[in-house]
Design a protein around this ligand. Structure first.
Ligand SMILES: Nc1ncnc2c1ncn2[C@@H]1O[C@H](COP(=O)(O)OP(=O)(O)OP(=O)(O)O)[C@@H](O)[C@H]1O
Length: 364
C-alpha cells in the first residue's frame, strides 16, 4: 500500500489485499434514533506485515472488526478477506483468520499448556502446535504455570498464542494492549512485529499511536466511521508536511510572530509555550522573524510524528460535538441526512476462529 489518500480518493494499492471493504456501513439503534457506527468505509489492508487501525473512541474500529468476523451484520457495503466475500463466504476463509476481539476465557487453575491443549482439541488443531505457539509468544518458560498466576501481559500473549493454533495467515487484534503496563505493551508489540516479519498479516486497532508508529508498516485512520487517511506510516508523516519547526519567542512577540509567519504563508499553531510551524525549516523561520526584529529564544526542527498526523486528521471528529481541545466540532459539509429506519438484521453466525465472543451488542 503505497498511497496516502484522502477519503474517497483514488486507491492505488500494490499487491494482494488481506482485507478490503467497500462502502461498508453500520448503524445502531439508540434512544435518539440511529447512531452511525461505520459510514461508507473503504479499507484496504495489504497482505503481510502489521497494519494499524487507528481512530478516536467511538470511530467504528470495533464495529468494523466485528463485521469482518461476521459478528455484526453490515447495513450495506461489502467486505472481503483474502478475496472471499464476508460474512457470506467466511467459512471458506475462517481457517486462515485468528482474532482477539474481547478478553478470551481461560481456566484459571489450568496451566497455559493445558488451556491451549483443550482449545486445540476443540478447534481440531494439532496438539503439536501448542508448544510452537507458546514459543512464538515467549511463554515456553511459564507454560506449566497456572493461568491465574500470569501477569496481564502474559495473559494477553496467551490469548495471541490461542489465535495462532491454526497457523492463520491473518491476525486481527482489537486493542490488544488495553490495560497493560509499558513492559506488557512492549511484549505484545514485539510479538506482533515478529508475526509481521514472518509474513503474517496483523490488523491491530489501537489508540497508542507511539506504539503503532513503532510496529506498523501501514495504517488506516478512521474518524466518525469514515476513513480519513491510509498508507505507509512514513508516507503519511511526510505527506503531512514532513518536518516542522518549533520556535519559542518572548510572550509579547507571539502575536507579531504569528502574523509575520502568516504573511509568508506559514501557519503557526500554539503548542505549550511554543509555536509550531509546519512545512518550514529552522533557518528560514529564524530569518523571517529576525528581519522584523523578533528574536527566537529557542528554535529547533520538530519531526512530525504519527500522533500529530492523527490529531490533525481527527481532532474535529470526536463524538459528542467537541474536539480534543474542548471546542465545538465543525459540522461536516458531507454529513449524511438522517437515516431511514431499517428492519432488524438477522443475527449472524458466530464465526471468529479465535477466542472472541460472538455477541453482537445492541445491533439494529
Ligand atoms: N452494540 C452497540 N449498540 C449501540 N451502539 C453501538 C454498539 N457498538 C458500537 N456502537 C456505537 O457505534 C459507534 C462506533 O463504536 P465502536 O465501538 O465501533 O468504535 P471504536 O472505534 O472501536 O471505539 P473504542 O476505541 O472506544 O472501542 C459508537 O458511537 C458506539 O457508541
Amino acid at each position: 500500500m503505497a498511497d496516502v489518500r484522502p477519503p474517497g480518493g483514488d486507491v492505488a494499492v500494490e499487491g494482494e489485499l488481506a482485507i478490503e471493504t467497500r462502502g461498508l456501513r453500520k448503524t445502531y439503534r439508540s434512544v435518539r434514533g440511529r447512531r452511525v457506527g461505520v459510514e461508507d468505509l473503504d479499507l484496504q489492508v495489504p497482505v503481510g506485515g502489521v497494519h494499524g487501525f487507528l481512530g478516536p473512541n467511538g470511530s467504528g474500529k470495533t464495529t468494523t472488526i466485528r463485521m469482518l468476523l461476521g459478528l455484526v451484520r453490515p447495513d450495506r457495503g461489502s467486505a472481503t478477506i483474502f478475496g472471499h466475500d464476508v460474512p457470506r463466504h467466511l467459512p471458506d476463509v475462517v481457517g486462515r483468520v485468528g482474532a482477539i476481539v474481547e478478553s478470551p476465557t481461560f481456566f484459571p487453575a489450568f496451566s497455559a499448556r493445558a488451556n491451549l491443549r483443550l482449545l486445540a482439541d476443540g478447534i481440531e488443531a494439532p496438539r503439536e502446535r501448542v508448544d510452537a505457539v507458546l514459543d512464538d509468544v515467549g511463554l515456553t518458560g511459564r507454560a506449566r504455570d497456572r493461568y491465574r498466576t500470569y501477569s496481564l501481559g502474559m495473559k494477553q500473549r496467551l490469548a495471541i498464542a490461542a489465535t495462532l493454533l491454526k497457523d492463520p495467515d491473518l491476525l486481527i487484534f482489537d486493542e490488544p494492549t488495553n490495560g497493560l503496563d509499558p513492559a506488557g505493551i512492549h511484549e505484545i508489540r514485539r510479538t506482533m512485529r515478529d508475526l509481521g516479519d514472518r509474513g503474517k498479516t496483523v490488523l491491530v486497532s489501537s489508540h497508542i499511536l507511539a506504539e503503532v508508529e513503532q510496529v506498523a508498516d501501514t495504517v488506516s485512520i478512521v474518524a466518525r466511521g469514515r476513513l480519513v487517511a491510509s498508507g505507509r506510516v512514513t508516507d503519511l508523516i511526510s505527506g503531512q508536511g514532513g518536518a516542522a519547526v518549533r520556535v519559542v519567542v518572548a510572550p509579547d512577540d507571539v502575536a507579531i510572530a504569528t502574523s509575520l509567519l502568516a504573511s509568508r504563508g506559514l501557519v503557526a499553531r500554539h503548542e505549550d509555550d511554543a509555536l509550531v510551524v509546519e512545512g518550514a525549516d529552522p533557518a528560514g523561520v529564524n530569518r523571517m522573524l529576525g528581519e522584523q526584529g523578533v528574536w527566537a529564544r529557542e528554535i529547533a526542527p520538530r519531526q512530525v510524528d504519527l500522533e500529530s498526523v492523527f490529531l490533525g486528521l481527527t481532532q474535529h471528529e470526536t463524538p459528542g460535538g467537541r474536539d480534543h481541545r474542548g471546542g465545538r466540532r465543525r459540522r461536516r459539509r458531507d454529513a449524511e441526512p438522517p437515516v431511514e429506519p431499517v428492519e432488524p438484521a438477522a443475527t449472524p453466525a458466530a464465526t471468529s476462529s479465535g477466542t472472541g465472543r460472538a455477541d453482537g451488542g445492541e445491533e439494529a
